[in-house]
Design a protein around this ligand. Structure first.
Ligand code: 39S
Ligand code: ZN
Length: 765
């Protein structure tokens, strides 16, 4: 009998219970006990759901109140000193590391003021992890035993689970040195961290765990030699320790082949590979596995929502069984299901035909179980027939093909992706037109999405207020934001995006070729979730999407107003994409739709236009090579197709966040001004790299994930530091990213301080 396994299940709850309670806890509305109880309930539900679906290998320790990598940092005491000096309870230390904490002293507690750790993209997904931050003084030791507690919790429910841990090499390699230890290479800490891994693994074994899923996703990256070598050191050391559970070395999101020599012959009990992302690695994976090891075959997609093609998966798994034998093969999800919505059954508004093409996390449980049964020779013919019919229905549907879009795509050429003049000429015309001061100040687009805004939108969606009432409400929000910016003294204004539920979903909802969910939430970071819209067919724009709001905002002020759009690559990356058409084709279709929008904005008098591409780095293929250079080409081309239909004196802005960027990649977009997240970038080398960026640039000056307010002096110090290497006449002053997750009070205070700091430099230069 071939076993089925799941690498991780969404932890947000079917109706965002985790978000609601976490935020209530932060607001002081519920206590820690209640939050902990909610976590426990979610875990129990998830385990039971998997058990009832018939999954053989069920994960534990896939739950987290914020992020699984941050959990490990707390567990291993990788906690910079600045978080430990306030005597906070451990849960609050964890949240302070994740999102910063600033609060006044009370009679019983000290004042706290600490910024968050850096948050970065989890590989090429829209999930973000909190980057482990090491210093020379880091002392590894166990703080508690979360993985053991959760294993025992499941066991008490009568459910045997397989705990999940990020492995030592990936954990170190995904980290970075703290500001006080910039010369430290995290991987050099391997020997020091292995004892705590040994200790927690031993405790798991003592609690009864037979096997542990040890995630080493960095194996799908191009790794420096010392990191490759670290696998041998790590896993041979762990194998020597006595009384440890079996380890399943788990990789996902890509191709492991270039690193096979690093893991060949390692003393582990088995390997997991992602064959959805890279089916071509099957033969090598089979060859890697010794007769004592197992191969977990990831064929059910943890990153997308399309129904599994059973016929194809069964044939695939059978190839592994033929070579290795049924007892050596496990059928699995490709990665954790964290990246998919919880349950398709909670979608009440999806068109029935389209809904039948989808599978969310709960449905995927049945998929791994059915495939495992099928390859074990059990009769699952009814499920196979229904599946084949759904796959066929999608292939043949008229909903996916649009001849007009295809005809327009065929006509894309160089003229469509080149601005009329090179940057220096455009710059001269833009300077004359906008006459901005040195160190111009601006924001990235969104202003606080208050409860009031969400409630009004919710009423509108439910039909409790009319379209006119809603429009009036949005207009009053726009006016408030415009007046606020004038008052604070910002130079280039925004309308604040109050009409948008999300920067991608909002456009998806207006584009043809898309489907969207009402409850398909996926965790993006901490308590922030998204409902990625789903690209089901060829994409086009039936009518203008953002012109009305931007024109209204511009009508309220003499200062330049930025039109605000989400770029083609980001629309693609933050949607669930089609898997029957290339990403390039989907991005170019989106770029044509956006080009029309950009041109309409210009024609309506909105002539500073920001086209955000925060996901451009995330889309970069994980390994260097042909696929990566192709991506860089088509990603930049799509941006330019969207933005190059405008006059020279129309100023195109773009914005990027959450990644280590390469200025050369950004250069290819040829935007006039870019703003990038920067406040957590401490490495002077990185600042230097951006000093050579040819067009104008705003290096983000404060972290917008944290409610913390930087003082004017802090801004002055930071700008001063950057000015040591940076040409003053190219520098814009702005936050890291949009302010939608912030409250008004912090927003007002931070922006006031930021503008005051800009004035200091205007006088100086
Ligand atoms: N797609 C996407 N990816 C991104 C980003 C982004 O902005 N969008 N930013 C970066 C960081 N990631 C982020 C992801 C989400 C959020 C975020 O703010 N999400 C909101 C939800 C946004 C949303 O869809 N809001 C809807 C629904 C809001 C809602 O919950 N409404 C209530 C009703 C109103 C109420 O009582 O509050 C309900 O449905 O129950 C709306 O405004 O209309 C949240 O989790 O709170 C921010 C950053 C990278 N990736
Ligand atoms: Zn951003």
């Amino acid at each position: 009998m071939v076993e089925s396994s799941v690498l991780g299940f969404p932890r947000i709850g079917a109706f965002r219970e985790l978000k609601k309670n976490t935020e209530a806890y932060w607001a002081g509305k519920i206590g820690a006990d209640q939050l902990l109880a909610v976590g426990k309930e979610i875990r129990e539900k998830n385990w039971k759901l998997q058990k009832e679906a018939g999954v053989d290998i069920i994960p534990s320790n896939d739950f987290s109140f914020y992020d699984q990598v941050l959990d490990l940092s707390v567990l291993f005491n990788v906690i910079p000193e600045r978080y430990t000096k306030f005597d906070l309870p451990q849960l609050d230390v964890l949240f302070a590391m994740g999102r910063g904490l600033q609060r006044k002293a009370t009679e019983t507690t000290k004042a706290v003021d600490v910024t968050a750790l850096e948050m970065v993209k989890w590989f090429d997904s829209n999930y973000h992890y909190v980057r482990p931050t090491f210093s020379h003084s880091t002392q590894f030791k166990l703080n508690g035993q979360k993985p053991v507690d959760e294993y025992l919790e499941a066991k008490a429910l009568g459910i045997e689970t397989r705990p999940v841990l990020v492995g030592p090499v990936s954990y170190l390699y995904l980290g970075k040195p703290d500001k006080d230890s910039l010369d430290l290479k995290p991987i050099s800490l391997l020997e020091k961290i292995l004892p705590v891994y040994t200790e927690i693994l031993k405790k798991l074994a003592e609690a009864g765990a037979k096997e542990v899923q040890i995630d080493e996703p960095t194996l799908v990256l191009d790794l420096p030699e010392e990191v490759q070598a670290a696998f041998k050191t790590a896993y041979e050391t762990l194998a020597k320790a006595e009384g440890l559970p079996k380890l399943i070395l788990t990789t996902y999101f890509g191709d492991v082949r270039p690193n096979l020599s690093a893991i060949k012959g390692l003393p582990v009990a088995g390997f997991h590979f992602d064959f959805v992302r890279c089916p071509e690695q099957l033969d090598d994976a089979i060859a890697l596995v010794s007769d004592k090891q197992t191969l977990s075959v990831g064929v059910v997609d943890g990153r997308n929502i399309w129904k599994n093609d059973y016929a194809q998966s069964i044939e695939f798994v059978k190839k592994a069984i033929e070579k290795l034998g049924a007892d050596k093969v496990v059928v699995s999800t490709s990665s954790s299901l964290l990246h998919t919505p919880v349950d398709l059954e909670n979608e009440k508004k999806l068109d029935a035909e389209i809904k039948n093409w989808f599978s969310f996390a709960t449905q995927k449980l049945a998929e791994v179980v059915t495939i495992a049964k099928a390859v074990s020779g059990e009769d699952v013919s009814a499920a196979l027939e229904a599946n084949a019919a759904a796959i066929k229905s999608r292939k043949e549907s008229d909903l996916t093909n649009d001849e007009a879009v295809k005809a327009r795509m065929a006509k894309i050429d160089k003229s469509l992706s080149t601005r009329k003049s090179p940057f220096p000429e455009r710059l001269a015309k833009q300077k004359a037109k906008y006459n901005l001061p040195l160190f111009p100040t601006t924001t990235i687009g969104s202003f606080p999405q208050t409860k009031d805004i969400r409630i009004n939108r919710n009423k509108f969606v439910k039909g409790e207020i009319t379209a006119e009432q809603y429009e009036q409400f949005i207009n009053s929000e726009i006016e408030k934001v415009v007046r606020f910016q004038e008052e604070v003294g910002l130079d280039v204004l925004v309308h604040g995006e109050p009409e948008r539920n999300d920067m991608v979903q909002y456009f998806g909802e207006q584009l043809k070729g898309y489907a969207f969910t009402t409850n398909g939430w996926v965790q993006s970071y901490g308590s922030r979730y998204v409902r990625p819209p789903i690209i089901v067919g060829d994409v086009s724009r039936p009518k203008a999407m953002s012109v009305k709001e931007s024109v209204y905002a511009q009508s309220l002020t003499k200062k330049p107003m930025k039109g605000m759009l989400t770029g083609p690559v980001t629309c693609l990356r933050w949607s669930f994409p089609r898997n029957d058409v290339s990403q390039k084709v989907q991005a170019l279709q989106l770029s044509l739709a956006l080009r029309d929008e950009v041109n309409d904005l210009e024609a309506a008098g909105v002539t500073v236009i920001q086209v955000d591409e925060p996901a451009i780095r995330e889309g970069l293929p994980l390994r260097a090579g042909q696929e990566r250079s192709d991506y860089l080409e088509w990603a930049a081309e799509s941006f330019r197709v969207a933005t190059s239909g405008v006059r020279d004196d129309t100023q195109i802005h773009s914005h990027f966040c959450y990644s280590d960027l390469d200025p050369n990649h950004i250069k290819a977009l040829d935007a006039d001004v870019v703003s990038i997240e920067f406040s957590k970038k401490d490495d002077p080398k990185y600042i230097q790299e951006f000093a050579n960026y040819p067009n104008h640039i705003g290096l983000g000056l404060f972290d917008i994930h944290s409610p913390r307010i930087p003082s004017k002096e802090e801004f002055v110090a930071r700008i001063g530091e950057i000015m040591k290497v940076y040409p003053a006449d190219k520098f814009w002053v702005n936050p890291d990213c949009g302010l939608k997750t912030r409250g008004w009070e912090e927003t007002r205070a931070s922006l006031t301080n930021m503008v005051e700091a800009a004035k200091v430099f205007r006088e100086k230069y």
